[in-house]
Design a protein around this ligand. Structure first.
Ligand code: CP
Length: 306
């Protein structure tokens, strides 16, 4: 039994059985990550290129670690210092790399649709590591894994995604994935950062954080992405923090614990106070570890069972 597609481009329309298979497979890989020797020969002889055209810490390191833990050969590419800076197109770059007999390509790019585009120009399996404001499927999978690990099931779980929904590929992939898995999803943020008609994706919309906190089991707090905003979408970071910041004071008013997630990197004391980020209900570093297990699972499923 394998995945329904030979690529992982997004979770929009991904079958529940695919998501379940990835989450189940990741359990075994997480167990391997706890061993003294954290390496298996599963992808020996396969070559994977990591094409990162946009900054990344967690996703880039996590994919590379996952590939090395599976014994794949790894080639890392970043736009700076490559022939992209001399004007080479993405299509030519990708086809030249593939000519060197690459089996899988992991790509991050600031343009939505880049991973889909690559599937039309290369034969290799393509994994989307974040394309513009569109999707970040492995982030949503690791978020779902972390919630499942904590709560046992995603069915009926109440999850609110807080912050800059408009510019967030993490929000979009989480909404698609969590809804497919039966979770109740809401979003909360200023009206200027929430896409119009997002309710059509099956989410509830809140514009006051204090209204949603009593109704959720977990918050996925998003980074305010200054680099993707033309400006003027909210008055100031201080004001954003005052109205939407997830703080200890706010959480202490709620009569049940709320699990705190953040995809990183965190703007401490903007969207999330430092004491909450480092507090007892934060699973932010669990997300990071689970990311390696999830990426091992996806690489294994795409690399061996198609
Ligand atoms: N969560 C995430 O995508 O982080 P990076 O941008 O550091 O990869």
């Amino acid at each position: 039994m394998g995945l329904s597609s030979r690529h992982l481009l997004g979770l929009d329309g991904a079958p529940k059985s695919d998501i379940e298979l990835i989450l189940e497979t990741a359990v075994s890989f997480k167990e391997i990550l706890g061993r003294p020797i954290k390496k298996v020969p599963t992808l020996q002889g396969k070559t994977i290129a990591n094409l990162f055209f946009e900054s990344s810490t967690r996703t880039r390191i996590s994919f590379e670690l996952a590939e090395r833990r599976l014994s794949a050969d790894v080639v890392n590419f970043s736009a700076s210092g490559s022939s992209v800076s001399k004007g080479e197109t993405l299509k030519d770059t990708a086809r030249n790399i593939e000519a060197m007999k690459i089996d899988m390509v992991v790509i991050r790019h600031n343009a939505a649709g880049t991973a889909h585009f690559l599937t039309r120009v290369v034969q290799a399996a393509v994994l989307n590591a974040g394309d513009g404001c569109h999707e970040h499927p492995t982030q949503a999978l690791l978020d779902m894994y972390t919630l499942k690990e904590k709560f046992g099931s995603l069915e009926g779980l109440r999850v609110c995604i807080v912050g800059d929904i408009s510019h967030s590929r993490v929000a979009r992939s989480n909404i698609y994935g969590l809804r497919t898995m039966g979770a109740k999803v809401s979003v909360c943020g200023p009206a200027t950062l929430i896409p119009r008609e997002i309710e059509k994706l099956g989410v509830e919309v809140y514009h006051r954080i204090d209204d949603v906190l009593p109704k959720v089991d977990a918050l996925n707090v998003l980074r305010i992405q200054m680099e993707r905003q033309a400006g003027g979408l909210f008055p100031s970071l201080r004001e954003y923090n005052r109205f939407f910041g997830v703080t200890k004071d706010r959480l202490e008013k709620i009569d049940h614990p709320i699990t705190i997630m953040h995809p990183g990197p965190i703007n401490r004391d903007v969207e999330l106070s430092a004491d909450v980020a480092d507090g007892p209900h934060s699973v932010i570093l669990d997300q990071v570890l689970n990311g390696v297990a999830i990426r091992m699972a996806v690489l294994y499923l795409l690399g061996t069972t198609q």
